[in-house]
Design a protein around this ligand. Structure first.
Ligand SMILES: [Zn+2]
Ligand SMILES: [Zn+2]
Length: 330
């Protein structure tokens, strides 16, 4: 029987390429998809190294993904050959949050590559409702960025006043938040990032300024602050630099609790809000903006590596100057 290939984390710090049995033919609303590109995400690396708050190996990794329909169940609504990206968030569909369309609030939700087998497989079965069509003419490597861009699209909606914006952290998610903020009409977005190369990239992507943390003026204030790091230090900086009545959006994944500088938040009526993943409409917005060029995420792609070099690709993704490493799964 033919086998498929998959990238698995068997234990902390270890990456292996495995063979798995070919999935069965899709039935009902199932779709068998064939992978094109996989993005390596910081949260995948957190799982690999035991720094994820909820998930430990072993796991088949992967949640940033683009591919094509290979065969489709009769009730799926898909046809072979259609290019698609995936929503890795698998929800219960019946709880109050799901019924209200706030799928990212579903407490039964599981995410592919974390508590479910991930998309780092050459072929796999999924449910039609996890798939989003992309335009046939769309560059597939750019489409692989739909998921992190959707994180930015959703995050940008969490702050009502985007007059002056500070983004803390210039990694992939910080830069995706920057791109989504610009697409949402934010005129002035400043990025704080310790590494010079990422600051240059932020400016290339439209940041009004990109500055090192130590160069940040203590008195600068912003109507919205997006903390894409969520360390104790960045959370304190966010509280310091948010204007009275402004909003702090926590985008970064903290591996533990943090202390909140409550007196300033209380006295100046600063809203501290979280943002978690996205809803399906955010993915469609990300696809549309990537497809028509309103969001140009191409500069985020640091390298594309073949599946055979998966282990080296994950090592490369850990380098501080790497932004998005894609694995060519074809
Ligand atoms: Zn991700
Ligand atoms: Zn639910």
């Amino acid at each position: 029987m033919a086998a498929i290939r998959a990238i698995r984390f068997p234990a902390l710090g270890r990456i292996e390429l495995i063979e798995r049995e070919e999935p069965p033919a899709p039935s009902g609303a199932e779709v068998l998809v064939e992978s094109a590109f996989l993005g390596i995400c910081g949260s995948d690396l957190h799982v690999l190294h035991g720094r994820h708050p909820f998930v430990r190996p072993p796991v088949i990794t992967g949640h940033e993904w683009v591919g094509r329909v290979r065969s489709a169940g009769p009730d799926s609504g898909f046809r072979p050959g259609e290019p698609v990206v995936i929503n890795p968030l698998v929800t219960c569909g019946t709880c109050r949050a799901c019924r209200a369309g706030r799928l990212n609030h579903c407490e039964q939700a599981k995410v592919m590559g974390f508590r479910l087998p991930g998309t780092a497989q050459t072929r796999f079965l999924t449910d039609a409702r996890q798939l989003h069509r992309i335009p046939a003419t769309m560059d597939e490597s750019l489409a692989a960025l739909s998921e992190p861009v959707a994180v930015g699209v959703h995050a940008a909606k969490r702050a009502p006043d985007l007059e002056t914006v500070l983004v803390i952290g210039g990694g992939t998610i910080g830069l995706c938040v920057l791109l989504a903020l610009k697409a949402a009409g934010a005129a002035s977005v400043v990025v704080v990032e310790p590494r010079a190369q990422k600051r240059m990239l932020a400016q290339r992507l439209g940041a009004a300024d990109a500055i090192a943390p130590e160069a940040m003026g203590e008195s600068a204030r912003f109507t919205a602050v997006f903390d894409c790091v969520a360390s104790q230090a960045t959370l304190e900086a966010a509280c310091r630099q948010c204007i009275g009545g402004g909003t702090i959006v926590v985008v970064g994944v903290a591996e533990a609790g943090r202390q909140i500088p409550l007196p300033r938040l209380q006295r100046f009526e600063i809203d501290l809000v979280g943002t978690g993943m996205y809803v399906p409409a955010d993915i469609d917005e990300a696809i549309a903006a990537l497809a028509d060029g309103r969001i140009d995420a191409a500069p985020l792609i640091s390298a594309v590596r073949p599946l055979d070099d998966a282990e080296a690709a994950f090592t490369e993704a850990m380098r501080p100057d790497s932004v998005k490493i894609l694995i060519d799964m074809r």
